[in-house]
Every structure is written in structure tokens, then in C-alpha cells.
Design a protein around this ligand. Structure first.
Ligand code: GL2
Length: 790
């Protein structure tokens, strides 16, 4: 396709799809026109993929996820179709700024963080590999809230990406299911019959997801909740206009908002409704599709693999048993076996407060038949495993992790360390009873978005050095290693980074009004705010460094810019305080005439996928400093290493594997190991002792307590200081010295810029294993028994 063809297609859409004269087109009109022109190119490969799947009788993978954090889709599609230059040229002809067009697209923020972004990377890899697959989720009207700061405090505003027409989806009025809630179970007949007393319609919206070079495209099918009857005419005629619109409002509530918290479980009825809503519609769709080609439901596992992304869709176990047993008439045992043959479950966290448990009472009132089936599944498990202690129901609650485990043929963790801990802790007994069930699949990230498209400078250099085979075979980055000795290559590598940093400095100046020096070290921590991720460890170290510079301003300090971004759950008071603290410290430090040559702090608001794409390519140092044993994997850590940042981190999650691969000498390790963390917690007054041993830490905490950063309100951070001096569950104090000292090693290392560049380039060259293509192949071989249809 030439740029003239693309331009003609855009002009046609502008005119005939949107009724706009090019003379009066806004950036948004151009963006929509380009999106439709690009989408047109995806439809044929998409249809082809569906035809091939049917014709070849291929097994299909169904990825059920409450979250798909896909971000912008236009550039991704353009890059995968190889149309980047074509589109750039088409806009040059038209005199329209292409970058502005791309940046006009709102982020689809249908996820909280790593778990949702992983699902999006998996979609890209499934299509690139040509594995027939569907992503199933919820079409939230409001994705993750928009964050801004007022006097340094986080303020949340609703996100409304669907207020404008969405270019990528196709509505499927024919694919709709009625989903019930509540009611009773009639057991008078041969089969139990559930009679719900509330019904909503699940309506499907399909987005094609095209893989690298347009060879294959899968479908992301998102469900939107609608009323069975849109409008209550009777109420309207009575003059009750609010009542007339009530059915619509009530039904729509289910797919209205994404819950903005991924680390605590609040057991809200609406959340359980959301979970059942999308799981039940997806499973009905799966069974319908299977029966359109086959008739033996017992053989379903040969053609159907269903992955549960965390326990959010865990109700899939009982629901699939219900469909096969109650509705299709299979004996319970056969239904259970067929369901288990299809289902597998990914665990993403060991933190007890994040593991879902639902009150039996709530489950029984919202899903009465499912509650009965959960009991039956649990009893069957007890019978098959005499003497077992573990149960799916305990203290009046249904434990969704245990239920998922019992109903899955495979259960996986997301990094080697996490999978090991899963076996030893949360699922210790279940692992003993089913020793082959738990497997590891270390997370990965798509190189199309996280290198090729977000870091064009570095990508070009890699292409010029080893060709472009790395894009769908990322391990080929290892071919770069032999070039690292070459001065010319190292300089070009350094220049790609420097150019990304200059671009970020411009962005920070324009959006925040803060001047940062592109020659300083860019030290970046971007992720959700949580005590276990320890942004407060980072800011304490920053305060200590600031004091050290103040005391000795004539020393030759290594200039740094500390960059933070990330949202706190609206109800997570401590996390919000951490944000406020960072902003307060930033204000003081950035204005300090003595130190500001050496140290700047920037907290960028509204962290999302697009901002990550801007920040990661410009990083020198990646902060991965969670309390060991708490971060299941991390995926940001992989994106940074791939883009040539060095990591400062603990032995947690995938950091362990990153360090193994990039080499211990190219990774700044600090802190306690997971077993040391457990032991340290038993030491009386561990925090107090750590503070007594570190004058830097004592002073930093003292500064916070004395109101150095909060002259207007010295009490503001009392509770943070108290927490640090007291329980300090996440061991910020105990890891402080090790972290502070390691940061000084980082300073020294950064001064030898050539050696640093070499280490950075080695990080890129050795990160090929962290491609989500590798992860997906692992799932296909070890869990789904699925093959590429290409
Ligand atoms: C998470 C884990 O916290 C994170 O370590 C992991 O990388 C991702 C993806 O496996 O899953 N679990 C979770 O609930 N969220 C995560 O990011 N939100």
C-alpha cells in the first residue's frame, strides 16, 4: 500500500463515514479517519484467521480477564501492519501533524496495572504467534480514574474514554446472552433448575487484535450490560420518568466502572456481579461455538482451553459444571472432569488481603445454584483426597483461590520465585495432593509495543546492526553482544538513550514547568503506589541524598533526576500520603538553590500506558525495590531492562531472573531475600534498631516528623513516620542502609559513562527471554496444549 492509497482511504472515510470536509477536519477527525482506514486492513486477515481456525479444526484458547489494559491501539496496529512510514508520508502530504494524530487517541484504561497490561501483551503475542484465541472481558464505560494533583494531593476524576466513538470495535447485536442473578433453585425435577429473579443482557463488542506483520488477527470480545427491556413504558405513561429509565440504569451499572483497587478485596456485591456477568457470558459463547462444530461435550478439552486470569473469573468452575450438568445433562462427574480439562488458573499474588473470598451468604443469595455446586465440588474433592485439611469453604466464606485450584488442570505462578513460594505457602497442601498441577510461566512483555514502537531510535539501531528478525524472535537481541565492544555501536546506543532523555526533558518542561538536565541520571519508579512497592523507601533515600549534598555542596555529586508516576487506590489512605509526601519533598528540593544542580524530583500525574511508553525509553535507572517475596513478578522491570536501563532492585519476582540473565555485574542488587524478610519480622523492634544504625535514615525520618517539607502542617506525615518507627511491616527501615549504599555505587558507576553504556547495552542484548511470545509459547505447550495455526 502506498501513502497515496492510504491518503485516499482516509479522505474517503473522512467524507463518507464522518461527513467531514478535509478543510474543516479537526485532529480527532483525522485520527478517526486514519483508524478506520487502518482497521479496513485488519478485517481481511481477521476473517482469514477465523476461516483457518474452523477449516483446520484448531483448538482455541479463551483468555478470561477482568482487565485488559490495552492503551492506544492505532499506533500498535500501524506498526504491526508495517504502515508507519506510509502513514507518516500520507500526513506530510496533507500538512497534518502525524504525532499529534496518534496522541489524540484516548488510552483504553481497562485495567489497574500489571495484571491487566499482561493480558494486553498476551493478546499481541497470541496474534503474532497465530494461536487461535479470544480475549474475554468487560467493556467498562469508565476505565481507571484520571489522576491529578491539587496542592500535591491526588484527586480522582472519572475516566470516560467511551464518550467519543471508539474506532476499533464492532458491535455484535446477534451475540447476546441473558444473564441471571438471585432467585431460587427448583430441585423437584430430574435436573436442578435455577430460576433467577433478575436478568440483564450481555452484549458483545469485538475488537480485532492484529499481530506482527498482519499474519493473524484474534478477537478481544468485551461484554456490555444492557437491560432486558430498555424502557419501562408503563412507568413513563404514568408520568414516572425516572422509574421508566430505571431498568437501563440498573443493568448498565454492572459494566459501568472498573474497580480501582487491585491489592485489597472488599467483597462488594457489585464486583461479584461483574465477575459472574462476564464469566457466564463468555462461557456461554464458548459452549455455543464448540457445539456449532462438535457434539461430544466430554471431549471439549481437546478443542477448548480456558485461562482464568487470577481468581476474578473463578466462578467459571461452577458455572461450566452448571452448564454441562444442569443444562446439557452430563452426569456431575463428567461435567466436572470436562470443565477441569478446559480450565486453568493463573495466580498473580500471594498477599492475603488480595486473595478473593466471598461470604457464603452473598454467594448463595446472588448465585444460589453456584453455591450448591461449590459445596458439591468441595465434597467431591474431599472424597477423592481423604484426610485433606484444605477446603474451598471456610469460616462462612468461599475461597476463590482454592476453588480455582480444585477446578483447574494446571495452576501457574508468574515468576520462578513466586511459583516456588506458591508451592510452599498459599497452596502448600493442594500442591502436595496434586504435585503436577502447579507450573511456572514467567511473565513477558510484547517487544512490538515496548521496544519497536515506543523506542524508535534504539529499534533503528538494532535493525541496522542485526536486522529486524528480533521483533518476533526477541532472543536474537543476543546478536548485539558481539557489537558492544565496538565504540561506534556503543556511542550510537548512548545517543539513542540521550535523545529519548532530551525528548522527556522537553515533555517535563512543557507539562510540569520543571527544568531537568538530560545529562543527569534519570532514575525512574513508575507503578501503582503500594507499601510493598516501597515508594517511601525511594523518597527517604532521596531526602538523605539531598541532606548529604547540602552538607557538602562543593563535592562532585552525580546529578540525578528522580521521576515518579503512579496512582493510589482512592480508598488507600497511606498510599495517597506517600504521593503527597513525594510532591511536598519535590517542591522543597527543586527550589533549593544549593542542591538543585544535582537533584530534581518530578512526580508526573496520571500514569498510564502512554506515559510509560514515553518514560521507559528515557530511563537510566529502573527502581524495582519491593519487599522480597511480595511482588509476584513485575513486568515494568522487564520493559526497562529491554530498553537499556540498569535495575536497582531486590531479589523479588522476576528481578531474580532478570539479574540471572543480564548478569549480576549489570544489576544493582540490595536488600534482604524473601526468607531473610520472614526472619527479620521476628526480630523485636527491627525498625528502631535499623534507625539507630543509620544516621541518614534517622535524619530523613526526623525531617518528615519535624515538618521540614510541610511548614504549613507539620503533623501531615506523622502516621508515615510512626509506621516506619513501629510495625514497618514492609521493612523499609531494615532495607534502607543497603539501598542507600547501593545508590552510592550507582552514582559512582554512572560517572564512568562508557562502562555504564556497556552495561546498559548488555541489558538490552540479554533481555530477549522476557518477550511475551516466549511466555505464550510456554502456556501453549505446558497448559493449553494448543498449536499455532500459521
Ligand atoms: C500482579 C502482580 O502484583 C505483579 O507482580 C505481576 O507482574 C502482575 C502480572 O502477573 O500481576 N497482580 C495483581 O493483582 N496486579 C499485578 O500487577 N495488579
Amino acid at each position: 500500500m502506498t501513502h497515496a492509497d492510504l491518503r485516499a482511504d482516509m479522505l474517503r472515510h473522512l467524507t463518507y463515514s464522518f461527513g467531514k470536509d478535509p478543510e474543516h477536519a479537526h485532529i480527532r477527525d483525522w485520527r478517526m479517519a486514519l483508524s478506520l482506514a487502518v482497521r479496513d486492513r485488519i478485517v481481511d486477515p481477521w476473517f482469514d484467521a477465523t476461516r483457518k481456525t474452523y477449516a483446520g479444526g484448531h483448538k482455541r484458547v479463551y483468555y478470561l480477564s477482568m482487565e485488559f489494559l490495552i492503551g492506544r491501539l492505532l499506533e500498535d496496529a500501524i506498526v504491526n501492519l508495517g504502515l508507519l512510514e506510509t502513514a507518516r508520508d500520507a500526513f506530510a502530504d496533507l500538512g497534518v501533524d502525524f504525532t499529534e494524530v496518534l496522541e489524540n487517541e484516548p488510552d483504553a484504561a481497562l485495567g489497574n496495572g500489571g495484571l491487566g497490561r499482561l493480558a494486553a501483551c498476551f493478546l499481541d503475542s497470541l496474534s503474532t504467534i497465530g494461536c487461535p484465541a479470544y480475549g474475554y472481558g468487560i467493556r467498562y464505560e469508565h476505565g481507571l480514574f484520571r489522576q491529578s494533583f491539587v496542592d500535591g494531593r491526588q484527586v480522582e476524576e472519572p475516566e470516560d474514554w467511551l464518550l467519543q466513538p471508539h474506532a476499533w470495535e464492532f458491535q455484535r447485536p446477534e451475540a447476546a446472552f441473558e444473564i441471571g442473578f438471585g432467585g431460587s433453585v427448583d430441585e423437584s425435577g430430574r435436573r436442578a433448575v435455577w430460576r433467577p429473579d433478575e436478568m440483564v443482557v450481555a452484549a458483545a463488542y469485538d475488537t480485532p487484535i492484529v499481530g506482527w506483520q498482519g499474519r493473524w488477527a484474534n478477537t478481544l470480545r468485551l461484554w456490555s450490560a444492557k437491560p432486558v427491556r430498555a424502557f419501562d413504558l408503563e412507568s413513563f405513561n404514568r408520568g414516572d420518568y425516572v422509574g421508566a429509565a430505571a431498568p437501563e440504569a440498573l443493568a448498565r451499572t454492572i459494566s459501568r466502572v472498573l474497580y480501582p483497587d487491585d491489592t485489597t478485596e472488599q467483597g462488594k456485591a457489585l464486583r461479584l456481579k461483574q465477575e459472574y456477568f462476564f464469566t457466564a457470558s463468555s462461557l456461554r459463547d464458548v459452549v455455543r461455538r464448540y457445539l456449532s462444530e462438535h457434539d461430544d461435550l466430554r471431549a471439549m478439552p481437546e478443542k477448548v482451553a480456558i485461562q482464568l486470569n487470577d481468581t476474578h473469573p473463578a466462578i467459571a468452575g461452577p458455572e461450566l459444571v452448571r452448564l454441562l450438568h444442569d443444562e446439557k445433562g452430563l452426569p456431575f462427574e463428567d461435567a466436572e472432569q470436562a470443565a477441569r480439562g478446559c480450565l486453568s488458573y493463573t495466580n498473580h499474588t500471594l498477599m492475603p488481603e488480595a486473595l478473593e473470598r466471598w461470604p457464603e451468604e452473598l454467594m448463595a443469595s446472588l448465585l444460589p445454584r453456584h453455591m450448591q455446586l461449590i459445596e458439591r465440588i468441595d465434597q467431591a474433592h474431599a472424597k477423592a483426597n481423604p484426610g485433606r485439611k484444605v477446603t474451598a469453604i471456610e469460616d462462612g466464606e468461599v475461597k476463590m483461590g482454592e476453588l480455582s485450584f480444585m477446578m483447574a488442570h494446571k495452576v501457574n505462578g508468574v515468576s520462578a520465585l513466586h511459583t516456588g513460594l506458591m508451592k510452599e505457602t498459599v497452596f502448600a497442601e493442594l500442591n502436595r495432593l496434586h504435585p503436577d498441577r502447579i507450573v511456572n510461566q514467567t511473565n513477558g512483555v510484547t517487544p512490538r509495543r515496548w521496544l519497536l514502537s515506543s523506542n524508535p531510535g534504539l529499534s533503528r539501531l538494532i535493525d541496522d546492526t542485526i536486522g529486524n528478525g528480533w521483533v518476533d524472535d526477541l532472543e536474537r537481541l543476543s546478536e548485539l553482544e558481539s557489537h558492544i565492544e565496538d565504540n561506534g555501536f556503543r556511542e550510537a546506543f548512548a545517543e539513542a538513550k540521550a535523545s529519548n532523555k532530551r525528548e522527556l526533558a522537553r515533555f517535563v518542561r512543557e507539562t510540569e514547568g520543571v527544568e531537568i538536565d538530560p545529562d543527569a541520571m534519570f532514575d525512574i519508579q513508575i507503578k501503582r503506589i503500594h507499601e510493598y512497592k516501597r515508594q517511601h523507601l525511594n523518597i527517604l533515600e532521596t531526602i538523605a541524598y539531598w541532606r548529604a549534598i547540602q552538607e557538602n555542596p562543593d563535592r562532585d555529586w552525580t546529578p540525578r533526576v528522580k521521576i515518579f508516576a503512579g496512582k493510589a487506590a482512592p480508598g488507600y489512605v497511606f498510599a495517597k500520603k506517600i504521593i503527597h509526601l513525594v510532591n511536598d519533598v519535590a517542591r522543597m528540593v527543586n527550589d533549593d538553590p544549593v542542591t538543585s544542580r544535582f537533584l530534581k524530583i518530578v512526580y508526573l500525574p496520571n500514569y498510564n500506558v502512554s506515559l510509560a511508553e514515553r518514560l521507559i525509553p528515557a530511563a537510566d535507572l529502573s527502581e524495582q525495590i519491593s519487599t522480597a517475596g511480595k511482588e509476584a513478578s513485575g513486568t515494568g522491570n522487564m520493559k526497562f531492562a529491554l530498553n537499556g536501563a540498569l535495575t536497582i532492585g531486590t531479589l523479588d519476582g522476576a528481578n531474580v531472573e532478570i539479574r540471572e540473565r543480564v548478569g549480576a555485574e549489570n544489576f544493582f542488587l540490595f536488600g534482604m531475600t524473601a526468607p531473610e524478610v520472614v526472619a527479620r519480622r521476628t526480630v523485636a523492634n527491627h525498625a528502631e534498631k535499623a534507625i539507630a544504625e543509620s544516621p541518614e535514615l534517622a535524619r530523613a525520618i526526623g525531617d518528615i516528623e519535624d515538618g521540614v517539607f510541610t511548614m504549613d502542617d507539620p503533623e501531615r506525615y506523622r502516621d508515615i513516620a510512626q509506621n516506619l518507627r513501629g510495625a514497618d511491616y514492609f521493612l523499609v527501615c531494615s532495607d534502607f542502609s543497603s539501598y542507600y549504599d547501593k545508590q552510592r555505587e550507582v552514582d559512582a558507576a554512572y560517572r564512568n559513562r562508557d562502562e555504564w553504556n556497556q552495561k546498559a547495552a548488555l541489558n538490552t542484548a540479554r533481555s530477549g527471554w522476557f518477550s511475551s511470545d516466549r511466555t505464550i509459547r510456554g502456556y501453549m505447550n505446558d497448559i493449553w496444549m494448543a498449536r499455532s495455526a500459521l
